[in-house]
Design a protein around this ligand. Structure first.
Ligand code: ADP
Ligand code: MG
Length: 274
């Protein structure tokens, strides 16, 4: 059975960048990995393949939605470190449901006998407003991870995601493995005070702290993971959190919890208190 991880967080927070680098760290630690982009932007796997690959919805469209005609090569590209990459794609803008798209992608993987072939499958999921559709990956996941930074908006989004995870955990096995603090400069100190307080209040932990770094920003647009960037002490610093998360996920029994979301006023209290 594959270990299934769903990565969430507010738009533009760094979900795809972080997910691709976690995939890379997992693969380099010996895991067989599949990354599934679940955003109409379909740029989740760009750092792994260097291309904006064809989406499942586009592939289905080409065969008039006769899914039995599709083969692995039609929907999966193999990228850096042998990582398999898939982009679910999006429903037509203004209509359709993201959950349907994710469901179709999972159905195809199952039909092709691929769903159980990986050590880890990572879903990189759009945005923070967890409607029924975009919460669909939580139905499949063993663990959810939230990407956030030390500000009001991402903490607010993280709390909404905690609500969704708590709700889903009533019927599904999903638990929250923790929060990844992204674009925080832990070298200069501080940087995660509000996130730490929030994590404690909802009953989770900070899994890792990823610094803001130009190398990380550049790698994403160069269609590369951080692991492929030029060697040096700065690179090592950037890779550390990704390697830590991968080690945690591949450990015997990664700790996780059902989060208990807090009230909106409590968030104001956390943010206003600093
Ligand atoms: P999302 O998938 O959440 O929409 P992306 O992964 O596409 O976000 O990242 C949004 C932008 O932030 C990109 O330009 C990316 O290069 C940049 N970025 C993400 N994480 C970092 C980081 N730790 N340091 C510097 N830039 C980052
Ligand atoms: Mg993204």
């Amino acid at each position: 059975m594959s270990l299934i991880l769903a990565v969430y967080g507010k738009g533009g927070i760094g979900k795809s960048t972080t997910t691709a680098n976690i995939s890379a760290a997992l693969a380099l630690q010996g895991a067989k990995v599949l990354q599934i982009g679940c955003d109409p932007k379909h740029d989740s796997t760009f750092p792994l393949t260097g291309t904006l690959q064809k989406t499942v919805i586009e592939a289905l469209d080409e065969v008039d939605f006769h899914h039995e005609e599709l083969e692995k090569e039609d929907i999966i590209e193999t990228g850096f470190a042998g990582i398999d990459a898939l982009e679910a794609g999006g429903p037509p803008a203004g209509s359709g449901c993201g959950g349907y798209v994710v469901g179709e992608a999972v159905k195809l993987l199952q039909e092709l006998g691929l769903y159980d072939q990986y050590d880890v499958i990572l879903f990189d999921v759009l945005g923070d407003v967890v409607c029924g559709g975009f919460s669909a990956p939580l139905n499949y996941a063993d663990y959810a991870v939230i990407i956030a930074t030390n500000d009001f908006d991402s903490i607010f989004a993280a709390n909404r995601l905690c609500m969704a995870i708590q709700q889903k955990s009533v019927r599904y096995k999903v638990k929250l493995a923790g929060i990844v603090a992204n674009r925080v400069d832990y070298v200069k100190g501080g940087g995660t005070n509000m996130l730490e307080q929030f994590s404690e209040k909802v009953g989770t932990k900070l899994l890792a702290r990823v610094p803001y770094h130009e190398l990380i920003r550049k790698s994403r647009f160069a269609g590369k993971t951080m692991f492929q960037m030029e060697d040096g002490p700065e690179k090592d610093e950037c890779l550390k959190p990704y390697n830590e998360i991968a080690e945690f996920l591949l450990s015997e029994n990664p700790s996780a919890s059902v989060p208990v979301p807090i009230g909106d006023r409590d968030i104001f209290e956390i943010v206003g208190g600093w």
